[in-house]
Design a protein around this ligand. Structure first.
Ligand code: MN
Length: 441
């Protein structure tokens, strides 16, 4: 059966992709000292090549691109040259491409142009256009964004379906609103359903979503995750049409860099070393899940845990301990994008921190200081006065410091690092003393 694609007009496949964002700049990547900048920046192009590979392998009848092919105006002509090169590969395989522009690549946003090969149809902006593919008994309706903000329902002007052929709507839209996505070309699933099409090839929403199966209304999601909020497998929908009916919509992962958010609850963890063991296991599992791709991981440590104080006291240390774990993993490896410490103290202190009274407030303030060294620096001037009143012997002139861990201990309340390291002890002293007072009342 597969041998007959695409010659057999009653059984064929097409590919539906959207939100490719070619040459998306991924700002801020250079702030990370160890970021695989080239791999991450090149990922949308590599994923697009994988899409073209799949189209040729599967001998699809056509490819639909539902907007935001480009991330914005081309920096130079290389973006367009790359796209045309990929379109020529499809032309050689006899595969047509139908594309609409979205908000990112609206006509108003793109100032540079290159001629497209004849196998590519770019839908107009002024009104919906219908292109018939008589070989397959298919009609594709589409309209491009003229400007970045399109507030009217473009689908409303799309024609009603002709009975007896496979009708496809190609549209960049937020539908009836999706969190994190601007409301462009708003419409409803009901409105789309009323047109009588077999398949609505949507774009704009980066999270894959099958909105409806009768008719099919599909956001394939973006082709390649671009940052830590675009996690999990990304790719395109491979659609099978048999005798005028859509019989299968299959998601295919095509991303080349996999983003993962790894949240760990450290409730049962007593020591930061145990937390590291948990991080190592989770990274290893995510790497298996990434199935041979480079993994870009954000690790979030949470939960009420006895390791809390040790973790928040040295955030830079634990970040680098986790980076060491990540760099020790097998090829193609893991890039630890960020470590977020969101743990809470466990036990009696944890309960005290939740108290809605002065003691709870005071302890929360000390906790906040541990997490915000800048705030702590501001207390320096206030404490300078205290320092002046203290005996010199206590301040830590040579030989006067207390011995701890074999090292001379300086007492300097104006040193933010010194103060920060002592906050857990300050906190513990505070709550035990204040609770003593409470018990004797
Ligand atoms: Mn968009």
């Amino acid at each position: 059966m597969g041998e007959s694609f695409p010659e057999n007009a009653s059984l064929f496949r097409f590919l539906h992709a959207a939100d490719i964002h070619l040459d998306s700049p991924l700002q801020g990547l250079e702030r990370y000292p160890d970021a695989p900048v080239d791999a991450v920046r090149g990922a949308p192009r590599r994923a697009f090549e994988a899409l073209i590979d799949l189209a040729i392998e599967e001998r699809v009848a056509f490819v639909l691109l539902a907007g935001d092919l480009y991330d914005g105006d081309w920096k130079d002509y290389n973006t367009g040259l790359f796209f045309v090169g990929q379109m020529r590969r499809l032309a050689e395989a006899g595969i047509a491409v139908h594309l609409v522009s979205g908000n990112h690549d609206a006509a108003s946003q793109i100032t540079k142009r290159l001629s497209l090969p004849p196998n590519v149809h770019h839908y107009a902006t002024r009104r919906p256009e219908t292109i018939e593919l008589p070989d397959f008994d298919v009609a594709i309706h589409g309209q491009s964004f003229a400007a970045r903000r399109v507030s009217e329902d473009l689908a409303a002007a799309y024609p009603m379906a002709d009975p007896g052929r496979v009708e496809i709507g190609l549209l960049h839209t937020s539908l009836d609103g999706r969190p994190g996505h601007a409301d462009y070309a708003p419409c409803t699933a009901e409105g789309l359903r009323a047109k009588g099409y077999a398949y609505w090839a949507l774009g704009h929403v980066h999270q894959r979503e099958v909105v409806s199966r009768d008719p099919w209304i599909v956001f394939p999601g973006n082709l390649q995750g671009r940052h830590a909020r675009e996690t999990g497998g990304k790719g395109a929908s491979l659609v099978t049409v048999d005798h005028g009916r859509v019989v299968d919509v299959d998601h295919r992962d095509l991303d080349v860099v996999r983003w993962a958010r790894i949240e760990l609850d450290l409730e049962s963890v007593g020591h930061p070393d145990d937390a590291l063991a948990r991080v190592r296991d989770a990274l290893a599992a995510a790497l298996v899940e990434a199935d041979g791709r480079l993994l870009a991981a954000r690790v979030v440590l949470g939960g009420a845990t006895r390791a809390h104080a040790a973790l928040v006291r040295e955030p830079a240390r634990w970040l680098h301990e986790c980076r060491l774990l990540a760099t020790g993993m097998a090829e193609p490896g893991i890039w630890l994008e960020r470590l977020e410490l969101a743990t809470r103290p466990r036990g009696e202190l944890g309960r005290l921190l939740e108290r809605d009274d002065a003691l709870g407030g005071l302890l929360r303030r000390v906790e906040a200081l541990e997490r915000a060294p800048l705030d702590l620096a501001r207390t320096r001037e206030e404490l300078a006065d205290l320092k002046r009143r203290l005996p010199a012997a206590l301040i830590g002139e040579a030989g006067s410091g207390a011995e701890e861990d074999g090292r001379a201990e300086r007492f300097d309340p104006t040193d933010p690092a010194w103060l920060r390291a002592r906050l857990p002890a300050v906190r513990d002293l505070l709550w035990s003393r204040l609770l003593d007072g409470e018990a004797s009342e």
